[in-house]
Design a protein around this ligand. Structure first.
Ligand code: DC
Length: 231
């Protein structure tokens, strides 16, 4: 079969913080020649604006107005994923622990979620995307051909997040990182709108003691299996 005859799929990867979603999603996107869609970065970008402008999350009118004039783009530059907010590259500013908490809080808003989901569906309308987040397989793309729920134990996820922040030069401590991560997970799992949970038809992968290569390999197998069923 010629490459152009193969329909481009949607690959949804959900799971809690520190499960390895970004690393794995980027690798799978590269192997497939698909677009990598970091939906968490979109919530983070909008949260950055909320924080900068001191917007009140309970003020629906103000949120709607801000969302109307917010343009979020996911791009790639020199092989690195970039997030643009109204044309400004905010990629480096949105990865702090403070912004993680803010993004989690902002993402409980139904108004914000509706807009983000709309944008994400537009971006994925032609298929050929690997999208990572919390509600990709359940809400954004319920018809995604491949759904993965990537998990790992809480101590292991905290360790990964801690290493990631430390390698960026952030001054963090392990107990604080774990506490913040668990608070965020709880909020993401318990919110009313689109809470984090595995889709019924998701393949659940526990990456606690499995290395990245093996997780990527398992997902690639699943993608190939789906492609062979479709064609
Ligand atoms: O994946 P991340 O850690 O960059 O996401 C930051 C926050 O954004 C996360 O705590 C919850 C929210 N989020 C969400 O609610 N839905 C998504 N699809 C992606 C992220």
């Amino acid at each position: 079969m010629r490459a152009e005859q193969v329909r481009k799929l949607i690959v949804a990867i959900d799971g809690p913080a520190g499960a390895g979603k970004s690393t794995v999603a980027k690798r799978v996107a590269k192997e497939m020649g698909y677009t990598y869609m970091d939906t968490g970065a979109m919530y983070r970008a909008f949260a950055w604006r909320v924080m900068k402008e001191g917007l009140d999350l309970k003020n629906d009118g103000a949120l709607r107005k801000a969302l109307r004039d917010t343009r979020i783009e996911l791009a790639e530059r020199d092989g690195r994923a970039q997030v643009l907010l109204n044309g400004t590259d905010v990629s480096e500013w949105i990865r702090t622990p403070e912004l993680s908490q803010m993004a989690s809080r902002v993402s409980t808003s139904k108004i914000v979620r509706e807009r983000m989901v709309e944008l994400q569906r537009e971006m994925g309308s032609k298929g050929g995307v690997v999208a990572e987040g919390r509600d990709i397989g359940t809400v954004v793309f319920p018809n995604a051909e491949v759904k993965i729920y990537l998990d790992a134990s809480s101590p292991e996820r905290a360790r990964r997040r801690f290493e990631e922040l430390r390698s960026r030069g952030d001054r963090v401590d392990m107990a604080g990182t774990r506490g913040e991560m668990e608070e965020r997970d709880r909020r993401d799992r318990e919110r009313d709108v689109a809470p984090l949970r595995p889709a019924e038809d998701a393949l659940v992968i526990d990456s606690t003691v499995v290395d990245v290569d093996s997780v990527v390999e398992r997902i690639m197998e699943e993608i190939k299996r789906k492609i062979s069923l479709i064609h």
